[in-house]
Each structure stands twice: as C-alpha cells, then as structure tokens.
Design a protein around this ligand. Sequence first.
Ligand code: NAP
Length: 246
Amino acid sequence: MKKILVLGGTADARQLAGKLAAAYDVTLSLAGRTENPVAQGVPVRTGGFGGAEGLAAYLTENRIDLLIDATHPYAARISANAAKAAALAHVPAIALRRPAWERQPGDRWTLVDSASEAVGLLGASPRRVFLALGRQELLPFEAAPQHAYLIRSVDPVEPPLHLPDATYILARGPFSEAGDRALLETHGIDAIVSKNSGGQATYGKIAAARALGIEIFLIRRPALPDMPAGMDVDETMRLADQALAP
Ligand code: NAP
C-alpha cells in the first residue's frame, strides 16, 4: 500500500486523511498545539519534525510516497518546510488550499498585514472588539487596553492577556451565522479582527458582521509555496490519486 503523510491541524485535513485511508496507508501529523484534538480516525503522529531537514528525514525513513500539506493557510512555516522537505527527499507533494473569502457587497473590510497593524487602526477611542485569533496573535492587543475584548479560542488563553476588559469564550467550530450574530449583538461588538481562513466553518462571523454593518480588520494571508493544490477535500483526493497512479 502506498504511504501518505498528511500535515494537518484542520478539519479539512482530518476529512481528507479519513477518506484517503480507504485506499492508502495514511498517517496524519499534528503540531500538538491543541490540548484535546478531536479524534482523527487515522494513525496520528504529534509534534514538530525539526525543520525542513527533519521532515525530509521523516519522509525518507518512513518511505512516504506522497506528502500532503493540509495545514491552516496561516501556518506558513510548516508549508514552506513541506515544500523544501519534499524536494530534499525527492517525494512528490501536493496541498489542500482552501480559497480565501471574497469581499461581498456590504462587507466593511480593512485589509491588514498583521494583528499589530489592526491594533493601530482600531484607534484611540474605546471600542468593543471580537477576536478569534491564536495566543501569539493576541499579544499585540495588550498595547491597546482602552478597548473591551471578546476573545474566542479552542484552548484557554494561558496566561490571560494583560487587558482590563477581556471576556474569554472557549468554543470549537463550526460556527453558524445565526450563532455568531447573536454573539456579536449580545456583546455589542463594533469591530472584528480576523484571519481570512476560507471555508464555511468560521464564515459565520463574516456573514453576521456584514448583516450588522460591523467593521472587520482582515489579516492578509501569508505567501505559501507553489505546489499542485486542490481547493477542497475531493479535489485534493483526485490530485493524490493522480500523483500515486502507477
Ligand atoms: P507554523 O508556524 O507554520 O509552524 C511552526 C512549527 O510547528 C513548524 O515549523 C513545525 O515544527 C510545527 N508544525 C506545524 N504544523 C505541524 C504539523 N501539522 N505537524 C507537525 N509539526 C507541525 O504553524 P502554526 O501556525 O503554529 O500552526 C500549528 C498547527 O495549527 C498546524 O497544524 C496548523 O494547521 C494548525 N492551525 C493553525 C492555525 C493558524 O492560524 N496558524 C489555525 C488553525 C489551525 P518543526 O519545524 O519542528 O517541524
């Protein structure tokens, strides 16, 4: 059986790995960031490889026939490592790259390069800001303690941020538009800082913000290496079949 290593950490990767496991020997790799990841349904290995060279060594030692980068679009380092490792180990590589959300009529988006840039653009006057970001991206908001923050994450933000007015919600997607609309209304949110993750699972807040006229500071996607890529699970499966065809 041909061997596939799927670099995961996303719901797409989990679904892709599960479907591929019907025909291939699949291992799913997680960084190990989430305390209690949902059951993945295929064999899982956890933790970093030690850079591109470490990943290349893993590919060679485990006789991997195909590497699939199905990591989150903002996980730029592992994606760069994947491309480099595949070249070093002479293993074909493909990716699952979900298309970014496109601006719709009524969206009040300001594109920014980083969370820090969003902090500056929120301005000096107190606002009520919804953040669905990871801990590293949350730290810059400590520079703007005049705002009230609503912070949603999968794992607790530990230690909590140095902010006088921060409310934490623990939740794992998918999130509906109706649920996110209720959340934004209940907390009187007037600004959102978000990544452009693409897909439906976290689009609820984007659609709800449009309906409510709420401003979104949308962090631009990082540059990712060029490789054959499917835009969803099924297209990536077809690319995998092609790459592994005898
Ligand atoms: P990153 O900055 O691109 O990667 C940092 C390091 O973490 C990598 O160099 C690698 O360590 C290790 N790593 C990342 N993904 C891995 C994987 N699937 N398997 C094994 N090692 C991995 O990544 P990140 O942004 O911290 O994201 C970490 C994980 O969370 C990824 O699985 C990603 O798909 C998931 N995730 C990220 C976001 C986000 O917004 N960034 C959102 C949702 C889920 P070594 O160099 O030692 O190999």
